[in-house]
Design a protein around this ligand. Structure first.
Ligand code: SF4
Length: 213
């Protein structure tokens, strides 16, 4: 990335951070994924229970492995070999964990965060329950406003997630959301965080790189 490109990303992200702070979130900008990882790890202590929302961004940062290495308890609902009931128990336990870590589908320049969820576990945790929420988002997810955020999710993020998960939904062929009626539809809960939920403790980390979808 050139110096000018990085400047542009930082300027835009700093404005989004200022708007997030105005809306009650703690928010900070860092240039690199490495810096974001170090910042997230500052919130993780041995013995803490951690929840993770499905996120390519967090996977890219390798937070889950690093957290295990420092002695945190990762509540991993994707652990191989889990039965359906065990998986549900872990998803429920994530709602009262010490730190819940995930990304957002879009962050607006007005300091809002938007997400689309299938099970609803991620948006539930982002609303109430965990003692702390940490959201990491690349500058590729910053958009002007709520309208642009829906457009981003329908035209890009949701079809990409369908493709990644090998879902047989019409967006995978069309490359755009078709508002399907399929039983395999993964877009079921639509969330806008316009202000920090009253009883939550949030840190949002915006990163000057493209991360996730
Ligand atoms: S609503 Fe259906 S078509 Fe639209 S992105 Fe979600 S799964 Fe794909």
């Amino acid at each position: 990335m050139t110096e000018v490109e990085l400047w542009s990303r930082e300027t835009r992200a700093q404005r989004a951070c200022a708007a997030l702070i105005k809306n009650g979130f703690d928010a900070v900008y860092v240039n690199t994924a490495q810096e974001a990882t170090e910042l997230v790890m500052q919130f993780i202590k041995p013995g803490m229970k951690l929840g993770f929302g499905g996120s390519m961004t967090i996977k890219t940062l390798g937070i889950q492995d690093k957290a295990s290495q420092v002695g945190a308890q990762v509540l991993d609902h994707n652990k191989p070999g889990l039965g359906a009931d065990e998986k549900l128990d872990i998803l429920r336990a994530q709602l009262t964990c010490d730190v819940f870590i995930c990304s957002a589908n879009a962050v607006t320049m007005k300091g809002e965060m938007l997400n689309i969820d299938g099970n609803g576990n991620r948006v539930a945790a982002l609303t109430f329950g965990p003692k702390k929420n940490v959201v990491v988002a690349g500058t590729n997810k910053i958009v002007a406003d709520v309208g642009a955020a829906w457009e981003r999710m329908e035209a890009y993020a949701s079809p990409m997630n369908n493709k990644r998960l090998a879902k047989n939904n019409p967006c995978v062929k069309a490359g755009h959301c078709m508002d399907c009626q399929n039983p395999t539809r993964i877009c079921r809960v639509y969330q806008i965080l316009k202000r920090k939920p009253s009883l939550s403790d949030y840190t949002v980390i915006l990163v000057g790189e493209d991360l996730g979808y």
